[in-house]
Design a protein around this ligand. Structure first.
Ligand code: TRP
Ligand code: SF4
Length: 329
């Protein structure tokens, strides 16, 4: 069976964009692949080395969210990067054979270095994509569900493994391919991409009241539509973008026609949207809170998932050490 690996950085609460863009995809892949879903707590240290207390609670929250969204811990290994030490060993070995220039030319590297509020001038931050490469190939993953922003990291991963194969005359790793989500990207409340940094998110732990507030008060509509009697244009309205993602086709159709002939007011339109979004988020939210109320259960799942992941990682490392002529005595 082919393998899937993906990772998320534990950065606190996940939002609707994470659910629709990534996690629902993870859930589907469980049917056809052997799946590994990693919480990248070491990667989180690149920006949180001075706020380490935030990392573990965020990991539990991600785990609760994974389960609430439908990941099945019996079929998927849900695990913590830091509990599978083999990732660190492979990262170190890769670091010896990867030219520094490959890491310097990662497009996100210089950009993040300059624009981030966190101090990213560390050795570890530069090695971020290399640790990611180790995460992937240590499971011999064939498919890696990621967002577009990760494509370059995946390309680097393939270059590293090709170099490994060439240098040590072996063929142990399959080339991992990205799986991009079909679902349209979820816009944020302001119409830009939904992202924590833009503060334009609907979080999966938002209550129905908060969702109603965000939809009615914060979401951008057609700004040219000032009065209820003005006709609106749904094609330039974020609210309508959301309707397309979360409302039934019948509702979309109705909003589309009514808006254009001033038959529905923006407030009502947003209220209906809030209902549709709540219908999607609320069952997930309730489950997240249930799981978070039982942190021992979450830790059990992570312990078990990490043990299963470790067994696979250890097998790969035997081959890696052999290829690099490391002693096994
Ligand atoms: N860099 C990824 C992100 O920020 C997280 C990640 C770490 C990852 N290791 C990975 C993703 C391995 C895919 C595979 O989203
Ligand atoms: Fe947007 Fe709805 Fe207002 Fe039309 S009625 S402009 S779709 S919020």
């Amino acid at each position: 069976m082919q393998r899937v690996l993906s990772g998320v950085q534990p950065s606190g609460s996940l939002h609707l964009g994470n659910l629709v863009g990534a996690i629902e995809n993870y859930v589907k892949l469980q049917d056809d692949y052997q799946t590994f879903y990693m919480i990248a707590d070491w990667h989180a240290l690149t920006s949180k080395f001075d706020k380490v207390g935030e990392i573990l609670p965020a990991c539990l929250e991600v785990t609760a969210t994974f389960l609430a969204a439908g990941l099945d811990p019996n079929r998927s290994a849900i695990f913590m990067q830091s509990l599978v030490k083999e990732h660190a060993e492979l990262h170190l070995l890769f670091s010896m054979m990867t030219p520094l220039s490959w890491l310097e030319r990662v497009p996100t590297y210089k950009e993040k270095l300059q624009n981030s509020v966190a101090d990213l001038g560390s050795y570890g931050f530069m090695g971020y994509p290399l640790l990611q490469a180790a995460d992937i190939v240590i499971y011999k993953a064939n498919k890696v569900p990621v967002g577009e922003d990760q494509l370059f990291h995946l390309e680097l991963c393939r270059e590293v493994l090709r170099r490994f194969h060439f240098l040590y005359e072996t063929e142990i790793f399959p080339e991992p391919q990205a799986v991009l989500t079909q679902a349209a990207k979820v816009p944020g409340l302001d119409g830009r991409k939904m992202s924590k940094t833009y503060e334009n998110c609907i979080y999966l732990r938002d209550t129905p009241e908060v969702i109603l507030q965000k939809c009615t008060r914060q979401m951008a509509s057609d700004t040219a539509r000032v009065r209820k009697t003005d006709a609106g244009n749904p094609s330039i309205c974020t609210v309508f973008e959301f309707h397309k993602l979360f409302s039934t086709p019948a509702t979309c159709e109705e909003v589309n026609t009514e808006c254009r002939r001033a038959g529905i007011g923006c407030f009502d339109c947003k209220k209906r949207l809030a209902e549709a979004v709540t219908a999607r988020v609320e069952p997930v939210r309730v489950k997240i809170e249930d799981h978070l109320a039982k942190p021992d259960g979450l830790r059990d799942i992570l312990r078990d998932g990490s043990a299963r992941a470790r067994a696979v990682a250890q097998e790969t490392m035997v081959q890696v050490r052999e290829a690099m002529q490391m002693p096994s005595f």
